[in-house]
Design a protein around this ligand. Structure first.
Ligand code: SF4
Length: 347
């Protein structure tokens, strides 16, 4: 297949299921979005909305009892070749080559993702040796360059340290150095700052912005924080119960969110009013994962739900004039709405 677009990755109708003794869980239930070269796409939603599973599907690293049961991940390579990553066996040579060299990932808990029995220098060098035709000595030199690029303090003296000898922020810099050591086209960052204190979080976010510019790589940034999205992303995908419910440019979503869930998430951002900090939360809870709701999955928590419509009809994805997309019946002209004018959900 030949690629003709500047699209790098297309996530198409991905479905991930977990078969457990308690029943089947649809962790991802038809997620769709795409990422262009050099673009930062933020994927946001509460815990349990399928963000991380979607990210893991891209790299074919969903762990049992989870299983990708449908969909495509179309990866458009720079040589104009397109591969559906779902068709590659997870442990095949091709998938291993792509994972780490062309698409890499950083995780929430950097210390848990690094090997405790190897020095950080050896771990980065090993990734370079695995994917590039260089000598051990060159790999060590490149490792040091990478540690300098991620601004690890005194990098020469950190090379031979073990992860437990470094702070959480330093381990995350090491993870970033390892992930970027082969100049990937796409970095998937799964809540990379959640386990860090606010000062270190700000430093890591700034570092990622700088490296994204330097390397012109695309990033899928998974987070539960719209504040982080506002700072990092060009586009936003809002996920709820395994599906995208809204997507569009950051400026459009923040200035005019359309889906009631996005509106609630934005209203839950902390606000300072009269020297007091207000924190509003999204009403209700994400439903039990074993429960499969009919109609719109958000209807039990939605202030605009229309009885007899929202609890019956699965909302289609509607594309608005500015390109913003929303999965909500309020924007579907084909669906009769007895009592809910669409203006109610716009800001
Ligand atoms: Fe709310 Fe109905 Fe829209 Fe779902 S489809 S978000 S329940 S108004």
């Amino acid at each position: 297949m030949v690629s003709t677009t500047d699209t790098l990755i297309e996530v198409k109708d991905i479905q991930v299921q977990f078969n457990t003794p308690e029943g089947m869980v649809r962790a991802v239930d038809g997620a769709n979005f795409s990422v262009k070269r050099g673009q930062v796409v933020g994927v946001v939603g509460e815990s349990g909305c399928g963000k991380s599973m979607t990210a893991r599907s891209i790299l074919n690293i969903v762990r049992p009892p989870g299983r990708v049961v449908g969909g495509q991940i179309l990866y458009h390579r720079t040589n104009a070749e397109t591969i559906d990553l779902m068709t590659l066996p997870p442990m095949s040579d091709e998938m291993r080559r792509i994972r780490g060299a062309e698409i890499s990932m950083i995780f929430q808990e950097p210390r848990a993702s690094l090997s405790p029995v190897h020095t950080v220098g050896d771990q980065i060098a090993e990734n370079i040796l695995l994917h590039q035709n260089v000598s051990k000595q060159e790999a060590r030199i490149r490792t040091l360059e990478m540690l300098q690029q991620v601004h690890l303090p005194k990098p020469e003296s950190q090379l031979d340290k073990y992860p437990h000898q470094l702070s959480g922020g330093m381990c995350q810099r090491v993870m970033i150095a390892m992930a970027l050591s082969c100049r990937p086209n796409l970095l998937i960052a799964d809540e990379p700052t959640t386990a860090l204190d606010v000062t270190t979080e700000a430093q890591i976010l700034e570092l990622m912005q700088q490296l994204q510019n330097d390397f012109n790589m695309a990033i899928i940034f998974i987070t539960h924080s719209l504040g982080v999205i506002a700072e990092m992303a060009d586009e936003v995908v809002v996920m709820y119960l395994g599906r995208e419910v809204e997507r569009g440019r950051v400026e459009d979503i923040f200035s005019n969110p359309r889906h009631p869930y996005t509106v609630s998430l934005l209203e839950s951002l902390p606000r300072i009013e009269q020297d007091r900090e207000w924190l509003q939360t999204v009403r209700g809870m994400v439903p039990d994962p074993y429960t499969r709701l009919t109609g719109c999955p958000f209807h039990p928590r939605c202030d605009h739900a229309i009885v007899g419509v929202c609890d019956q009809i699965e909302p289609p994805l509607i594309t608005l004039e500015n390109g913003q997309q929303v999965r909500c019946v309020l924007y579907d002209p084909a669906i009769e709405k007895p009592n809910a004018p669409s203006e109610e959900v716009t800001r």
